[in-house]
Each structure stands twice: as structure tokens, then as C-alpha cells.
Design a protein around this ligand. Structure first.
Ligand code: FDA
Length: 289
């Protein structure tokens, strides 16, 4: 981060390393009717004590959300809160943060990590959902198992952030072809927009920058007259910002996930891998420096 070209390249996708940078960006987005989700980068902590610091940080974030009056959610990765070392400690941190989130009037999301964590993250979500409705979970459309997972979550009244999936998974577990992932996203999203998915707590986050896919789903929503409270579009900071504003201006509830923090390397590599053109952007910044 000390190198100018790195700073310039990474800042396309994150407003800065501190929560203050993220809150300032959230304010700007709020001014154009975009909601936000705040997440501090970091995953797979190496010692359980580090989870205490992460939980304390998110308590502080919730205080800032309350003070600022921002329409902002928080999102965590279970491995940031000690899932690898002790799933029970991770659960206790999440439970406490969920309670705080509830008091703040905010929302608590669980990111989905690579396949070894899917069962554990779903089990964690189920336990948390027993206590409050304002908790959600990311589900990855590239996994064959996701259709079954979604069916299991619908009866609970679940907030689901549907995403394509960001990790390198084997063909035995995930669709290797992009066209199949896109179609499965459409299938899962339309499933979640059916009339039986209206229990309290049910919410669909359409978590993609794929504009044709968004448009197809918004057409389904229009035809089925799905009420606006049942879904939101969610996109990442710095990716298609004009589209984010366009959706918000058109009255579609749209939320921008803002990542911040020092541990951006693995996350940034996933953003580069998603779009080879981003590598060109990094190289251009090397020469501009
Ligand atoms: P796709 O990759 O098909 O891209 C569609 C278009 O979007 C591209 O043609 C390009 O124009 C643009 N685009 C996409 N990625 C870009 C990039 N990096 N840079 C520039 N342009 C880009 N994953 C996961 O495994 N677990 C999780 O918890 C989450 N959480 C999450 C939350 C939210 C709100 C979003 C939007 C995404 C996630 N993801 C995620 C990441 C997700 O799985 C996926 O990797 C990315 O969203 C990229 O896929 P798209 O759906 O955008 O489609």
C-alpha cells in the first residue's frame, strides 16, 4: 500500500483502509439514495484472540452507523471471527454482534467463503436466525448444492444474498462454465421471488454486476408484481458505479458493499481474477507512476 501504483489500483475498489474512509464513502452514496454494506477485509485469522479485536471493531462500526444515521449493514466472514479455531467462539461473537445490530436497526450478513465452509456457515446462520430476522447469508450460484440449500432456507424466512461465487472450486462441486452459473443464478433468484417466500425475514439480495441478468430479474419482478420490500440489488464499491446510481434513481432499492481495511490482498486478487481487464488497469497504473 506504500507504493503509489498499488494504492491507485486498489483504491478503484475500496475507498481507503479505515472505517472512517468507508463511512465517508457511505455518506456520499447515501446522498444519491444508495444503501451500503460495510465489511472489514480479513479472513482466516491465525489465533482465536484476534477474533476479539475483530468483534470489537464491528461493535464500533455499529456505533458509527447509529451515530451517523446511515442506511448501512455490516457483513462478516466467519473465519474472521474464529470459525477455524473454535466455531463456538465464532457463534458467540456473531450472536452478540447480531443483538447489537438489532438494537442499531441495522442488518448482519454472513459472507460465504470457499466450499469447506459452506455447511458450517449455513449451520451458523440457522442458529442466529432463531434469535432475530435481521441476519442474512450469501449463497453462491456456482455450487451445484445451492438449489438444495435454498430450499432448506426458505421455510425459515431467510435473507439470502445471491452471488455467483468468487473462489476457485473444482468441477465436481461447481459449474465450470460461466453460462451455467448465470443460468443457475437466474433459476435460484426466480425461485426466491416465488409467492411462498414471503415469511417474515425473507429478503433477496441480487448480488451481481451482470446487467443483462439484473434486467431479466427486474422484468420477472415487474411481471409478478413482487413488492419492493422483498428484494434489493447489491453491488461492490467501484464496480459499475453509474449502474448503481441509475438503479437507485429508478427507485430500485440498491446497496453498495464497501470493503476497507489493511488485509486486502486475497480479496483484491479475487477482484482481479473476475475480470482480466483489471490487470491492464494495474499495469497502466505502474506506468503512470
Ligand atoms: P460477472 O463476473 O459475470 O460480471 C458481470 C460484469 O460485471 C462484467 O462483465 C464486468 O462488466 C463487471 N464486473 C464483474 N466483476 C468485476 C470486477 N472485479 N471488476 C470490474 N468489473 C467487474 N462471492 C462469494 O463467494 N462470497 C460472498 O459472500 C460474496 N459477497 C458478495 C457481495 C456482493 C454485494 C457482490 C456484488 C458480490 C459478492 N461476491 C461474493 C462476489 C461474487 O461471487 C462474484 O465473484 C462477483 O460479483 C463477480 O461476479 P458478477 O456477478 O458481477 O458477474
Amino acid at each position: 500500500m506504500r507504493t503509489r501504483f498499488v494504492r491507485r489500483s486498489v483504491s478503484k475498489f475500496m475507498p481507503g483502509e479505515t472505517i472512517e474512509d468507508a463511512i465517508a464513502a457511505a455518506r456520499e452514496l447515501g446522498a444519491v439514495s444508495l444503501g451500503t454494506i460495510l465489511t472489514r477485509l480479513g479472513e482466516n485469522i491465525t489465533a482465536i484472540d484476534e477474533a476479539d479485536e475483530v468483534a470489537a471493531h464491528y461493535r464500533h462500526v455499529l456505533d458509527l452507523i447509529r451515530q451517523s444515521g446511515l442506511n448501512a449493514h455490516i457483513s462478516i466472514k466467519p473465519t474472521q471471527l474464529g470459525f477455524d479455531q473454535d466455531p463456538e467462539v465464532c457463534y458467540r461473537h456473531c450472536r452478540e454482534l447480531l443483538q447489537r445490530t438489532d438494537e442499531t436497526g441495522s442488518f448482519f450478513w454472513l459472507d460465504m467463503e470457499s466450499t469447506p465452509y459452506v455447511d458450517g456457515t449455513i449451520a451458523l446462520f440457522r442458529r442466529l436466525r432463531e434469535h432475530a430476522p435481521n441476519v442474512g447469508i450469501a449463497i453462491q450460484a456456482y455450487l451445484y448444492r445451492s438449489a438444495k440449500d435454498v430450499e432448506g432456507l426458505v421455510p425459515l424466512g431467510s435473507a439470502i444474498r445471491l452471488v455467483k461465487g468468487a473462489y476457485l472450486e473444482p468441477a465436481s462441486l461447481a459449474y465450470p462454465k460461466k453460462a451455467d452459473v448465470d443460468e443457475n443464478f437466474y433459476r435460484l433468484a426466480t425461485r426466491l421471488l416465488e409467492d411462498d417466500n414471503t415469511r417474515p425475514g425473507a429478503l433477496l439480495h441480487i448480488g451481481t454486476h451482470d446487467v443483462p441478468l439484473q434486467a431479466r430479474l427486474l422484468e420477472v419482478i415487474r411481471q409478478r408484481r413482487v413488492s419492493p420490500g422483498r428484494y434489493e440489488v447489491a453491488m461492490l464499491f467501484g464496480i459499475q458505479p453509474a449502474r448503481q446510481k441509475e438503479l437507485a434513481a429508478a427507485g430500485v432499492r440498491t446497496r453498495c458493499l464497501i470493503s476497507y481495511g489493511e488485509y486486502w490482498f486475497p480479496w483484491y486478487m479475487r477482484r482481479l481474477a473476475e475480470r482480466p481487464a483489471n490487470i491492464g488497469f494495474v499495469i497502466r497504473n505502474i506506468f503512470r507512476s
